[in-house]
Design a protein around this ligand. Structure first.
Ligand code: MGD
Ligand code: MGD
Ligand code: MO
Length: 783
């Protein structure tokens, strides 16, 4: 059979898409990638499954009546398949109506989500550029990944992103480090992916390099499997959400035994004394010592003291997983980790200091130079209203309501139109039953996607787009050495379009085509984006945005091939011979000449700015706050639910594909439960169970295992939400159970990892899973 291969990349890696007789049959690992992820295979059978959306659609009541009609039928109504010109006209008319009657801020298009990895066909960039041409939209700030840190850490270090991208590398830890204390582990499952795609998977080799060099690991997590077995890590199964108590106790031992680096604190930090008064209990009569923490964390006091001494004696990295920010008071763990590392005095040394999120993506811990990729310009947003990203339900219900956020008061606009392209809020948001109620509020919901996700099913207008294997693009990640020329492998279904073409068509209806396209084709834009990448790489090649930053930057120049040479080979690997960079080294070498971008120019262990906000849930220094629900206040049969990232997919993407389906049991999500907890509830391995709390319920299949500590159950995110009439998800989406509350007035981040549930055997007949069924569709096409 005639076989052809095409190079393609998405978040989970680079592959040779194998096409036989015009059909995608396999995703073969890119020959450079020695540790490829199987996630990419999921596209093969998903591509043209019944869950594929093959033409534009409008919800029946919306079409028959007016915008806003029977919004309670979203997700239940039939859809009418229409021709593109008719749908373009409907959309153009609706945007114009909402803008002219209510103002552009009545359009919410934060449109949070991971979409696909190509630099040009990036759904959010396309949507935002388009809406900016129409007058703008209410946007969102920060990410679900670590919103609390995005708000908090700039007050402490002057920037967050900079320190995310310059995390100590595994090679530096292998050469100089001795101990990695990993709060939330170093979960290899998560390193399969990267935001902009990647050429090769390097995380496992990095960890193994450190292991081979004799570096020791401590895994502080409810899950034993949060580190690879090769690390031989000591497992401290602390109670979920108790990390700050543990860090405080480590700090207390280090301080009271005078193991702390006073000279470092004096020269590079401000406010340690005020923090120390809290630590010792001088301010609140509670010494945050190992005995105090032992009851909160369920880690013995002697173990805590021994670990503190070991940390002070060794070259130690204090590593914090991003998950620690996605919990109540998620501002505190990173701040406290920085404080602890400052007390050890090893910040700015290779193999010491702190690290945010090893293995959270492939590139964190890699040594490569930072590549600043070009992107599609989004233009100017005429609307200044925004929300902290996870306040979507609150926004839809709360027109005119005022909320606190990082020292500001924000007033919610009245949203009439919601537009999502490249995200799945019915996967990512907490308390989905509450979201579904709020979702009835806007007049119109528009969704661009390629498959019938729960969000697409709950839209009024569905605009079907191409997938990453159906279009040309280029792909690159900031800390990955590969730039990939993505080739279209197969044609899309006849009535499916690139997001760019979808927006071009609507822009044409509104007389805005030239403004949107600037007269350029997709190919023109892709080439232009590559050109910008070549330019910025040659000029400086890093994150530096101003001339001053660029002049100061120690980043080497990177030379990329010209467009023709790049396309001829299909990919390019950026190489430099520079030694590994060390986070904060220039600051530590010369803090006067290289101050941090904080008010004091130093690390702010006490922040006058934050103290000045006067928040009751975030003080001027890191502190312990009881989470709103956790094992510390659980009554009766309450268990802590960890809904972490799935190993078989990226969020909800490709949940309908073979790789994700193979990880399910009888088509449902597995839930990990400890033998003791299972026995107490007469639950056996493989039983169908119901998880429930006051917010909702879902089904799952019990997997009894010692790899999860007692009192905790673990269920990955990403199963497409499939509620029955009572709101119980038949498929196993944990966001049926999680609470929708902000981390604090400072960050307002999501708090999925703070959640108590009960669990029982489900002895009724098992209901069929309908998650991947398309809605009922009637054909309204003229042609
Ligand atoms: N309980 C719980 N919930 C969580 C988390 C947790 O730990 N626990 N984690 C949170 C985190 S960190 C995140 S980042 C979020 C992730 O949440 P999301 O980013 O919203 O999840 P995805 O499933 O990646 O959604 C991307 C959507 O884009 C679509 N798509 C892909 N390519 C294209 C394209 O080219 N064009 C268009 N128009 N659409 C496209 C996909 O089909 C998919 O529906 O989830 C959050 N939710
Ligand atoms: N395969 C795959 N990889 C992914 C993703 C995916 O969907 N699939 N998503 C990507 C995205 S968008 C993000 S933001 C990152 C997220 O990266 P992380 O935030 O690191 O991801 P999680 O898997 O939610 O959490 C990591 C581990 O933290 C532990 N944990 C949870 N709560 C606590 C706690 O209170 N204390 C302690 N000590 N440990 C705790 C859990 O056991 C969990 O396995 O992953 C990325 N990588
Ligand atoms: Mo994320």
């Amino acid at each position: 059979m005639a076989e052809r291969t095409y190079l393609t990349t998405n978040h989970w890696g680079t592959y040779r898409a194998v096409v036989e007789d015009g059909k995608l049959v396999e995703m073969r690992a890119f020959e450079e990638d020695k540790d490829p992820s199987s996630i990419g295979q999921g596209i093969v059978d998903a591509l043209n499954a019944p869950s594929r959306i093959t033409s534009p659609m409008v919800r029946e009541s919306w079409l028959r009546d007016v915008p806003g009609a029977r919004t309670d039928l979203r997700g239940k109504d039939r859809f009418v398949a229409l021709d593109w010109p008719e749908v373009e006209e409907l959309v153009a008319r609706e945007i114009t109506r909402v803008r002219d009657t209510h103002g552009s801020n009545a359009i919410y298009a934060g449109s949070y989500g991971w979409a696909s990895a190509g630099r040009f066909h990036h759904a959010q960039s396309q949507l935002k550029r388009f809406l900016n041409c129409t007058g703008g939209f209410t946007s969102s700030k920060f990410t679900y990944s670590f919103a609390a840190a995005e708000a908090m850490i700039p007050h402490v270090l002057g920037s967050y992103r900079e320190f995310l991208n310059t995390t100590n590398s595994w090679s530096a830890i292998a050469d100089h480090g001795q101990l990695v204390v990993a709060f939330g582990g170093i979960p290899i499952k998560n390193s399969q992916i990267d935001a902009g795609g990647m050429g090769v998977h390097s995380q496992r080799a990095g960890i193994e390099q450190a292991v081979a060099a004799g570096v020791e690991f401590v895994n502080i997590s409810p899950l034993k499997g949060d580190v690879i077995p090769e690390t031989n890590a000591e497992w401290l199964p602390a109670r979920p959400n108790s990390d700050v108590a543990l860090m405080l106790a480590l700090a207390h031992t280090i301080y009271t035994e005078k193991l702390h680096a006073q000279a470092f604190l004096d020269r590079y930090c401000v406010g340690f004394e005020r923090f120390a008064d809290y630590l010792t209990g001088a301010t609140d009569s509670v010494a945050k010592d190992a005995d105090w923490a032992a009851s909160l964390t369920e880690i013995p006091a002697d173990t805590i003291r021994a670990l503190a001494r070991r940390m002070a004696r060794r070259r130690t990295v204090v590593s914090v997983a991003w998950s620690l920010t996605r919990q109540d008071h998620g501002e505190q763990p990173f701040w406290m980790a920085i404080t602890l590392a400052a007390m050890l005095g090893q910040i700015g040394t290779p193999g010491g200091g702190f690290a945010f999120g090893f293995a959270a993506t492939n590139s964190i811990g890699a040594d490569y130079p930072l590549l600043k990729g070009g992107s599609l310009p989004q233009g100017q947003n005429g609307v200044t209203d925004y929300i902290p990203v996870a306040r979507i339900t609150d926004l839809l219900l709360g027109a005119g309501k005022t909320v606190e956020f990082d020292g500001h008061s924000l007033t919610y606009p009245d949203i009439k139109l919601v537009w999502w392209a490249g995200g799945n809020p019915y996967h990512h948001h907490q308390d989905l039953n509450a979201l579904a109620k709020a979702w009835e509020k806007p007049d119109t919901v528009i969704c661009n996607d390629w498959c019938w996700t729960p969000t697409a099913k709950r839209a009024d207008i569905v605009l079907p787009c191409t997938t990453h294997v159906e279009r040309d693009d280029i792909s690159m990640s900031q800390r990955d050495p590969y730039v990939i020329r993505v080739e279209q492998a197969v044609p899309p279904p006849a009535d499916v379009r690139n997001d760019y073409d979808i927006f071009t068509g609507i822009a044409r209806q509104m007389g805005l085509e030239t403004q949107f396209t600037e007269g350029k084709t997709a190919d023109d834009w892709i080439r232009e984006i590559y050109g910008k990448t070549v330019f910025s790489a040659g000029k400086v090649g890093d994150l530096a945005s101003t001339e001053v930053d660029q002049a100061k930057s120690d980043q080497p120049k990177l030379n990329l091939p010209d467009w023709e040479a790049f396309c001829a080979k299909g990919w390019h690997k950026v190489e430099t011979n520079d030694p590994p960079r060390v986070m904060l080294q220039s600051f530590v070498d010369d803090p006067e000449s290289n101050p941090l971008n904080t008010p004091s120019g130093k690390i702010e262990i006490f922040s006058e700015t934050v103290a000045g906000f006067g928040y009751r849930d975030c003080f001027g220094h890191p502190a312990w706050f009881d989470p709103y629900e956790w094992l510390g206040n659980a009554t009766g049969e309450g268990l802590h639910l960890i809904s972490n990232q799935p190993s078989t997919k990226l969020h909800s993407q490709l949940d309908q594909g073979a790789i994700s389906l193979a990880g399910k049991i009888d088509g449902r999500e597995p839930v990990l439960i400890n033998p003791q907890d299972a026995k107490r509830r007469a639950i056996a391995h493989g039983d169908l169970v119901r998880l429930f709390n006051a917010r909702g319920a879902c089904l799952a299949v019990a997997q009894v295992s010692d790899d999860v500590r007692d009192g905790v159950v673990q269920m990955a995110t990403g199963a497409w939400w499939d509620p029955d009439e009572t709101g119980m998800c038949r498929h196993g989406n944990p966001n049926a159970l999680t609470r929708d509350k902000g981390t604090s007035d400072l960050g307002q981040g999501p708090t999925a990892h703070t959640c108590l549930v009960k669990i029982e055997r489900f002895d009724r007949p098992a209901p069929a899973v309908r998650a991947f069924d398309p809605p009922e569709i009637i054909d309204g096409r003229q042609s």
